[in-house]
Design a protein around this ligand. Structure first.
Ligand code: PPS
Length: 584
């Protein structure tokens, strides 16, 4: 009874055969540095610890081209995913052949040294088309590629320090460690389960079924490197997995974390996942419907067919020595109090809750039926995915000087203080320019820096569950879009355009600035001698010409109720967009 051999026959150990402390000295004195991105850091970790065996380094051009066209390395070994070290053209141009460059994490820890013996131009369009079957930037990997460097480097890679992980140390294992543990337990036929989502009862039942039907042990092997934007953070997921593990028969299943940077590459990604699990000692691999699917393209179409991934892994299964276990969609059949594969349900009534419906239940703090998940898992998820009325949010005002932003923001601040429950912070234009941006002027560049700073602070407040009220002019649409992205990923975001016309603002001229601007004493004054790009789709537009601050603040509160961030919106007439935001 022996474990499946690593891909290519030998498990790579990128730390063996050289003296790491000598390399540290060489790197400190002689080497240029590449600060690794999260994806690159994951890739280096997986090359050096053998998870990407037989790869010993980033691909050279021959392997890259061969992988793109044939899903094989140039020596014929099956390998579906390019693993390349991208750098900028300028950096590549500064490197001599044979030069050793230091690969460091963002804190400067030396992860490895690469002795460059090849640099070649990435053919991104062809790579996207051949690997992901599309050049659409709606595909997350294709979008990510646009941000990456234009040149790929290859050469001998020597490992120095493994990337530091301070979390879940007891379940972070290298392929060699997983294999050693399997051997110690006497396991030889092991099925791996890949996931980037929390596990509920359906996943538990399907993995248990795979174990029982084929007499296999189970490796639950969730990805904790880079997953799809918007996924639940891996800390929460891992606490959930730990609870689920308690339900398997004792000693039959194991949980280990995988520091993989996913590409969401569907079929090719599934085959890659199977090969990686083989390196961890698994000879069976569960492949789901839409395995590693990237979501929909700009026309609402799926990038891959639902069973493309299963078909591809099945095609290569014999050659790579990993049996493909198709993911059986499990449905809950109330009459049996049991989960049953869809094709065995027949005429019986069955139930299921879609991912979107489940997220909505959590957002509303609604009851989730016991049959769907484990109470401990729900408790963990509820701690992180609080109902909307307990999450943080930002109200981002934008508008001309004198439009009434600060006055309305102040009215809102007081109303929130009256309500209580969340901490409220006002980041008014003038306050920010005193405490955060006192060195900045009013050039386009400085205004952008100013707004990005406000966005950063507001996103931190929002993430911590508070309310941030921002009231700058924020004249540029692109900077506002950046701020919206920063904040929407951590909580609620409401853009309020205080659309009071320029004539009214100028007539008010509370600070006398318009008069100075007209007289040319103040240069680059927004609306007079500097642009203001009015928002096209703000959540709210409020003209304060004929409205009291109190009424304007009430409009914003009504909107927040409709969005679900404040309780009391039930039964209110909300637009479809507002209702959609409640399902976020
Ligand atoms: S920006 O563009 O968002 O960075 O501006 P902001 O930080 O909100 O600062 C706007 C306040 O600065 C005063 N001020 C000017 N505004 C616009 N253009 C120029 N050139 C300018 N110079 C000084 C003005 O009082 C703005 O305050 P509000 O409260 O908007 O009237």
């Amino acid at each position: 009874m022996t474990l499946v051999k690593p891909h290519g026959g030998t498990l790579v150990n990128g730390y063996a055969g050289h003296n790491a402390s000598e390399l540290k000295t060489i790197a400190a004195v002689h080497s240029k540095t590449v600060t690794l991105t999260r994806k690159q850091l994951c890739d280096v970790e997986m090359i050096l610890n053998g998870a990407f065996s037989p790869l010993t380094t980033f691909m050279n051009e021959a392997d890259y081209t061969s992988v793109l066209h044939d899903m094989r390395l140039s020596d014929g070994t099956v390998w579906p995913m390019p693993i390349c070290l991208d750098v900028s053209e300028e950096f590549a141009a500064s490197i001599e052949m044979g030069e050793r460059i230091a690969l460091r994490d963002h804190e400067g820890l030396l992860i490895g040294l690469l002795q460059v013996d090849e640099k070649f131009k990435a053919d991104k369009a062809r790579e996207a088309e051949l690997v992901f079957g599309t050049t659409s930037t709606a595909h997350p990997a294709v979008a990510a590629m646009q941000e990456e460097g234009a040149v790929y480097l290859s050469g001998e890679l020597l490992g120095v320090d493994a990337p530091a992980h301070y979390d879940f140390a007891h379940i972070r294992r290298t392929p060699a460690e997983v294999r050693a543990e399997f051997e110690e337990k006497g396991w030889s036929d092991v099925v791996a389960f890949q996931t980037r989502n929390p596990m509920h009862r359906a996943h538990f039942e399907l993995t248990k079924r795979a174990m029982e039907e084929d007499g296999l042990n189970l490796l639950v092997h969730p990805v904790v490197g880079v997953t799809k934007p918007g996924d639940i953070d891996y800390f929460t997921r891992t606490r959930c997995y730990e609870h689920v593990m308690e339900n398997y028969p004792e000693g039959e299943a194991m949980l280990s974390l995988l520091p993989l940077a996913m590409r969401m590459g569907g079929p090719r990604e599934a085959l890659w996942h199977a090969i990686i699990r083989k390196n961890y000692g698994c000879n069976h691999f569960i492949v789901g419907r839409d395995h590693a699917g990237p979501g929909k393209d700009e026309n609402g179409q799926d990038f891959y067919g639902p069973y493309d991934a299963q078909d591809l892994v099945r095609e290569y299964a014999e050659e790579i020595g990993v049996t493909m276990v198709p993911f059986q969609e499990m449905l809950y059949v109330p009459s049996e109090h049991a989960y049953i594969p869809r094709d065995e349900v027949g005429e019986r009534e069955s139930e299921n809750i879609s991912g979107t419906a489940f997220r909505k239940m959590l957002a509303e703090g609604a009851h989730v039926p016991e049959w769907f998940s484990f109470p401990e898992v729900l408790k963990e998820l509820r701690k992180t995915m609080k109902p909307l009325h307990e999450r943080g949010f930002t109200v981002f005002f934008t508008g001309l000087s004198g439009s009434g932003k600060s006055t309305v923001a102040n009215a809102l601040l007081n109303k929130f203080m009256e309500m209580g429950g969340r901490s409220v912070t006002l980041l008014d234009g003038d306050i920010v320019r005193t405490h955060l941006s006192s060195e900045l002027g009013f050039s386009k560049e400085h205004r952008e820096i100013n707004i990005t700073r406000i966005g950063f602070v507001a996103s931190e407040i929002t993430k911590a569950g508070g309310i941030a009220l921002c009231a700058p002019i924020a004249p540029y649409a692109s900077t506002r879009a950046t701020v919206r992205d920063m904040i929407s990923s951590v909580g609620g975001f409401l853009e309020v355009h205080i659309s009071t016309p320029l004539e009214v603002c100028e007539q008010r001229d509370r600070k006398g600035l318009y008069a100075k601007a007209r007289a040319g004493i103040i240069k680059n004054f927004t609306g007079i001698s500097d642009p203001y790009e009015a928002p096209k789709n703000p959540e709210l537009a409020i003209d304060t010409s004929g409205l009291q601050p109190d009424e304007a603040a009430d409009k914003i509160i009504a909107e927040l109720k409709c969005m679900g961030y404040i309780l009391g919106g039930e039964g209110a007439e909300c637009s479809p967009e507002e209702q959609a935001s409640q399902q976020a």
